[in-house]
Design a protein around this ligand. Structure first.
Ligand code: 5AD
Ligand code: SF4
Length: 438
């Protein structure tokens, strides 16, 4: 096999996968393999995959069929499908050279070295336990202003529909010293915003009681780091959100007032079957508590429609809860059965047309809520972190502390700075304004 000069990487799924792709890319760039944006000119193709819904897996399978014709490339699968499909992929796709599990990101170079010596043997590296070295590996980020930092990997919740505990294993908190070190490193490089990532950030530290440090304590430590202007975090499981976290959001200057807090359903019957371990009333109590402690907090959710046996009445409960909370961001999904989950034993008996109707109803409610909210924001002043130009290059683009997108005219030198914007208008899901001169 010739020397590898170029690689192409495609990321599917969540922000954790985006970060994992940055970890993979950094290792390749450290050995002088250059990133290219087109598969056909790459010596190495990596698909960093997602298994959360069937559609995500189908996209990757489609790509693998497409690559059957590419003879002299190394092709690898990383991420959740490496964990969920394992040998099945290697057996089915003889041109697939390696699969690398979510705990084996740092084995990439060894696997490639092996393949360069002898290409014809398929390689597999899949460990079920967390790779400690990841704590101290600082990836080069694609974005120059904001970066994600993983603080806890895996999930202990076993929601009945979810494949993540199978693909990412049990919760393992990352050593807080290395989180602080990486945040300082990013601040020195000029980063302004960090997002702390975990399937359930509120569980941070619970698997390491000897550390005596919980998620809110970590926020207090990170807030002290000079150079960083904003700290975000996601995702928060409603059962684990604490008053201490709410106080931290209220009291810490850098911690932004936005909580991604998925409710999944508004029906207690469905929540029980989903094994979410809270009721809709409990969820609303937590939302009200958060709003009473942090009045300007915005709230994001994920919703699944069409879970097995979800009736019209169950869906109405979701609709009502959605209306009551007036979510500020919402990702709405049609239920997709996942292998070896508890829910996969239940019949997927809500027809797809009904799932789509329910999905559209929630989406239109969501858009109505947003319109009202944006209308109310006209005339307000918002602090915006300037992230980049928008697509047509005419405006600068950034987000408020509470996560709304804003565009405005200004000098590109402002990218990376905080600006106060007078909000004057909005279209779709973007606010428009002018830099405030006062
Ligand atoms: N079907 C549909 N949506 C799912 N999610 C997780 N598993 C499934 C599934 N089997 C959604 C949940 C979760 C988000 C990341 O993906 O809403 O919060
Ligand atoms: Fe999946 Fe539930 Fe864990 Fe989220 S909390 S990753 S939905 S099992």
């Amino acid at each position: 096999m010739k020397k590898l000069n170029t690689y192409y990487i495609r990321t599917y799924g969540c922000q954790m996968n985006e970060l994992d792709s940055e970890i993979l890319s950094t290792q390749l760039e450290n050995r002088d393999i250059k990133k290219v944006e087109k598969e056909d000119i790459a010596d190495l193709i990596i698909l960093n995959t997602c298994s959360i819904r069937d559609a995500a897996e189908q996209k990757v399978l489609g790509k693998l069929y497409e690559y059957k014709k590419s003879k002299d490339k190394i092709i690898g699968i990383c991420g959740c499908m490496a964990m969920s499909k394992k040998e099945e992929l290697l057996k089915k796709f003889k041109h697939l050279d390696f699969i690398l599990g979510t705990n084996n990101l740092l084995d990439l170079n060894n696997v490639l070295d092996d393949l360069i010596i002898k290409k014809n043997i398929q390689r597999k590296k899949i460990d079920t336990t967390y790779e400690k070295g990841l704590d101290n590996f600082f990836a080069k980020r694609v974005n120059k202003i904001k970066a994600s930092i993983s603080i806890i990997r895996g999930c202990n919740n076993y929601c009945s529909y979810c494949i993540v505990p199978q693909t990412r294993g049990k919760e393992v908190s990352r050593d807080y010293k290395s989180i602080i070190k990486e945040t300082k490193h990013l601040a020195n490089l000029g980063y302004k915003e960090i997002t702390l990532l975990g399937q359930n950030v509120n569980s941070y530290g619970l698997d390491k009681p000897e550390w005596k440090i919980h998620f809110s304590d970590l926020l207090y430590e990170l807030d002290k780091i000079e150079g960083i202007d904003r700290i975000r975090f996601m995702t928060s499981h409603p059962k684990d959100i604490t008053k201490e976290l709410m106080y931290a959001i209220r009291d810490l200057k850098k911690v932004c007032e936005f909580v991604h807090f998925p409710v999944q359903s508004g029906s207690d019957e469905i929540l029980k079957k989903m094994r979410r371990t809270y009721t809709s009333e409990y969820y609303l109590t937590q939302v009200n508590l958060l709003k009473s402690i942090v009045p300007n907090a915005t709230i994001g959710t994920d919703i699944i429609v069409g879970f097995p046996n979800e009736t019209d009445e169950d869906f109405n409960q979701t609709y009502k809860l959605f209306d009551k909370v007036s979510f500020d961001t919402a990702f709405i999904f049609a239920y997709s059965p996942r292998q070896k989950t508890y829910a996969a034993r239940l019949e997927d008996n809500v027809p797809n047309e009904i799932k789509q109707i329910r999905l559209k109803k929630l989406l239109s409610l969501f858009h109505e809520t947003l319109k009202k909210k944006y209308q109310n924001l006209i005339g307000s002043k918002q602090e915006v972190l300037v992230e980049r130009h928008n697509k047509d290059g005419l405006f600068l683009k950034g987000r408020t502390r509470t996560f709304e997108k804003v565009i405005f005219k200004g000098d590109p030198k402002l990218i990376g700075s905080l600006q106060i914007i007078n909000i004057e208008d909005f279209s779709h899901q973007t606010l428009k304004g002018h830099i405030s001169l006062t």
